[in-house]
Design a protein. Structure first.
Length: 457
């Protein structure tokens, strides 16, 4: 046999090992590699392996199909790992800490292992769909939507799909934005069941949107198709606009996000008009600046915030048209701040928008000290039905409704330091008073007595 043939024969084992993710001479054998989903709380990743040499490195890499900034993969290192010839490890993704995932989320993962002689194995990529497998889902589809529901007949599903397609068309005509990928819509027969199938959903929520996952959750009884059409249009608007304006630099203001979703419903809501008219007459409108972040935790103020958001968007569309609205969304897509985006498209900032909008609705101008006020304080964001859902890690969740970190937005965390300072101030004041009293006593004792006025000794 010639040397060229021998060389080719020798290369084949090396090539095979490379394709398997192993270095030449690898001695690591993977015995178990699986993930167990416990919807909606956790995902457990399990691995066991053996090697003729001590395995001293184990790394898990996983990711979802969501829109994300930077590298999509997350790396994790099992806490129970101990270097050995035989390893069995587990790592749990706790979504109560990391943020909620909607049903239908695709998750992929692989492991990397190394031993002390330099062998390395990268396991084949695996995937699972994170959903509640205890529910018997019915499934239907239209041009842009995949619908999953549990109660109701085919007519019920077809009606919701038709409403969704009409809403997408109307949203495109209103903003110029078109859907970039298919949307998964999960329909539950009650708010309680919908809330039980995700995390952090408020008790009063009737719809949730996950723009980064292109998924919406709806609570629609089979006999409530009028509500179903409304909530379908609202949550689809959040997904379409949220995905279009996705940016790693800044976020679209809440008043624009919610205002577009409310206008997309095409509703005629007398109560919203009543709230706005009352606020105009009482000169109690909320500032545009205060509507940029989270709405108030006070239900009355939150409802007014929604009414004002809808009115602001209607003003921009009626006064400046659809083309300008698309330009505004493009600015947020590029990462522009709210003031910069408004100024670039309309020639005014938030305070200018405030003045133009108040004139448009016949409200009193805002006082100068209110216009030039500081940025609004973040408050918990109440979710009324329908409304956008939690931002997983981002968006924004968050935003999109993130669970606050310990001490964040927690009245107890804010009150305790103030109480402690108050005690220190009180103690310091008492100490100062005592010291002054002692000084007075000493001076009094050292000062010679003087006869009363008009008398001599």
């Amino acid at each position: 046999m010639r040397m060229g043939s021998l060389a080719r024969v020798a290369i084949w084992p090396v090539l095979a090992l490379t394709l398997l993710g192993m270095r030449p001479g690898a001695s690591i054998t993977v015995l178990r590699d699986e993930a167990v989903a416990r919807y909606p709380e956790t995902i457990e990743f399990h691995l066991s392996a053996a090697s003729s040499a001590e395995i001293d490195w184990v790394e898990l890499s996983f990711e979802t199909d969501a829109l994300t900034c930077g590298e999509a993969a997350t790396r994790a290192y099992p806490e129970d790992f101990v270097a050995s010839n035989e390893v069995e490890v587990e790592w749990t993704w706790n979504l109560r800490q990391a943020g909620s995932l909607p049903p239908g989320t695709a998750i992929t993962w692989h492991w990397t292992l190394r031993d002390t002689v330099g062998a390395e194995v990268v396991t084949p990529e695996q995937s699972l769909t994170f959903t509640n497998t205890n529910i018997g889902w019915h499934q239907a589809a239209s041009g842009a939507l995949d619908l999953y529901w549990t109660e109701g007949d085919q007519v019920f599903a077809d009606t919701l799909l038709a409403a969704g397609e009409a809403a997408l068309q109307g949203l495109g005509e209103m903003t110029g934005v078109e859907l970039s990928q298919r949307v998964q819509a999960y329909v539950f027969p009650s708010s309680e069941q919908m809330q039980a199938n995700t995390l952090f959903a408020p008790d009063w929520s009737g719809g949730l949107a996950f723009p980064n996952h292109s998924t919406i959750l709806l609570a629609v009884e089979p006999g409530s198709l009028s509500w179903g059409r409304q909530v379908m249009a609202h949550e689809l608007a959040h997904v379409v606009i949220g995905a279009y304006t996705f940016s790693c630099f800044d976020r679209m203001p809440t008043w624009l996000d919610e205002g577009l979703a409310l206008v997309a419903e095409g509703r005629d809501e007398p109560f919203a008009g009543f709230l706005l008219e009352t606020a105009i007459n009482e000169d109690s409108l909320l500032s545009v600046r205060s509507l940029a972040l989270s709405f108030s935790a006070d239900p009355d103020l939150a409802l007014l915030a929604y009414s004002q958001s809808e009115s602001l968007v209607q003003f921009l569309l009626e006064a400046y048209g659809q083309d300008r609205m698309l330009q505004l969304l493009d600015e947020f897509r590029s990462g522009a701040s709210e003031d910069r985006a408004l100024d670039e498209v309309y020639g005014f900032d938030r305070d200018g928008l405030e003045a133009e909008w108040r004139s448009y609705i016949g409200a009193q101008p805002m006082e100068n000290d209110e216009v030039a006020g500081a940025e609004p304080t973040r408050t918990p964001y109440p979710t009324f039905a329908p409304i956008t859902g939690p931002l997983s890690a981002a968006t924004t969740t968050p935003a999109s409704i993130p669970s606050p970190s310990p001490g964040e937005n927690d009245p107890r965390g804010a009150t305790a330091p103030r109480s402690f300072l108050a005690v220190l101030a009180l103690a310091g004041g008492c100490g100062l008073a005592v010291a002054l009293a002692l000084v007075i006593v000493v001076i009094a004792r050292r000062t010679p007595s003087r006869p009363p006025s008009g008398r001599r000794s």
